[in-house]
Write a protein that binds this ligand. Sequence first.
Ligand SMILES: Cc1cc2nc3c(=O)[nH]c(=O)nc-3n(C[C@H](O)[C@H](O)[C@H](O)COP(=O)(O)OP(=O)(O)OC[C@H]3O[C@@H](n4cnc5c(N)ncnc54)[C@H](O)[C@@H]3O)c2cc1C
Length: 522
Amino acid sequence: MSYDAIIVGAGHNGLAAAVHLAAKGWKVAVIEGNAEPGGAAKTREVTLPGFRHDLCAMNLSMFAGSAFFAAYKNELTAAGLGFVPAADCFASVFRDNTHLGVSTDLEKTTGAIADISPQDAAAWRAMLSDFGADAPHIFGLLGAPMPSVAAAKVVWKAWRAKGTGWLYETARMLFASPRDFLDARFQNAKLKTMMAAWGLHLDFAPDVAGGALFPYLESMANQAFGMVIGKGGADTIVKAMVGVLEAKGGELMLGMRVDKIITASGKATGVLLADGRRYEAKRAVIANVHPQILFGKLLNQDASRQEFDRRIARFRAGPGTMMIHLALSGLPDWTAGKELKTFAYVHIAPDMEMMSRVYAEAMGGLLPAEPALVVGQPTAIDPSRAPDGQHVLWVQVRVLPAEFSRDAAGEINGRDWDEVKDAYAERVLDIIERYAPGLRGKILGRSVFSPADLERENPNLIGGDNLSGSHHLDQNFLFRPVAGYSRYKTPVGSLYMCGASTWPGAGTGAGSGFLLGKMLAK
Ligand SMILES: Cc1cc2nc3c(=O)[nH]c(=O)nc-3n(C[C@H](O)[C@H](O)[C@H](O)COP(=O)(O)OP(=O)(O)OC[C@H]3O[C@@H](n4cnc5c(N)ncnc54)[C@H](O)[C@@H]3O)c2cc1C
């Protein structure tokens, strides 16, 4: 069979590229190794029937705010895409059993901040007011190919509108660590802790340079726009993209792992499956595949690519993650306040010291004694995901080593994740119990995905790295995945890469897939 473009991998980026190319009249096929599309955006009944769990991504705000969604909103909505907004977006609990959270109601957020620091409440309002004017420039930059004339134009427009001083301050923020950025703007440790927790969704401990941006953007964007999750599950975006793709004549093939990219005279011309089947691509092969798999396994070695391959081999993974999915008879009873039951995310990362410690332990190859937890309560916002009155809990455990030498607490013995995952999950449940006693008594079913399980589920998550590559400054912007190749081209003609390992990185913003699609067909 012959196509204009073959997309390897039905992650949401591969699907975004496919939808756009199909809309431009290309004959496209998406070939996915798993039985289900979606990659790290999937929903499945992994505990009990009737309990729908987002296996990986739960927060779809990036997709809802994406250029791809803006371009295909009507078709995606007609194909069934639905979002459910959360008014109470995220909160942190602290060791003294208090909490602080961000709700779309500004009075509610600032009222809670004012209780601990009136000055910080004023600083929050001032930051939000600046964000209104700054956001178009910042999001414009994050949504432009890197580097590009479009990105330069965003900077130029920002300079015209805001002046040189603003550009310097924004550049400083891009380079700053979460702690330095927050210390310069706020006084109260709880507020700073609540914001800094977002750094650990990526791989930014409080003192890692380049980590300020995400805590700033998530805090302000949640305040200004709120958070959304998928109606019925995160897979709403994937089902809708597949619907739009097929309506445009595109094909999705499932359960077919690509074994090799076929090349001729330095160009990619198609793909070969493990069972020997071949598919020809006349214009492009697009790999929604981690570059180390693409260049290390799917392509034959080539002496002319030696230097490039060496650089790709050095592309660093971020730390791993673990997912614990619970079916519950009721939401956790948070000691810090029953109002926490309405929040989409409750962060259990109660101070900066533990955030620094968990990162140091994970990077040093130890099982962290006290990991940071993102406790997602999707059924507080979308009850359709569980039987009446019952709930699912989505627990993301940050940050973990892919391989480890020992347990930092000296309690868990084992050599790899298959051996320790149940014991480690118990540690996580103990931590939640500290803040929400009685949780264990509500558990009807559980399913644990260790970092190794996540990689088995999706080979792009090497070592359970939920980012498909560290987001530190030397691997971000025009350095993602390696300098000179941040615009999706590769040294092989007609072979392109997209996905979380490429600019603008991880998350459900469909950025790389859509940017690449538009580069290939305006
Ligand atoms: C646990 C976890 C929680 C997360 N939470 C959030 C969140 O709440 N919000 C958010 O915005 N982001 C979140 N993220 C990040 C986000 O989900 C990912 O960055 C994003 O979904 C990656 O999409 P992608 O298009 O790069 O491809 P992927 O999702 O990695 O999909 C790639 C697909 O390619 C397939 N594939 C790979 N190799 C081959 C091959 N040889 N042949 C055929 N198919 C192949 C894979 O099977 C997979 O289906 C989370 C990630 C994880 C892991």
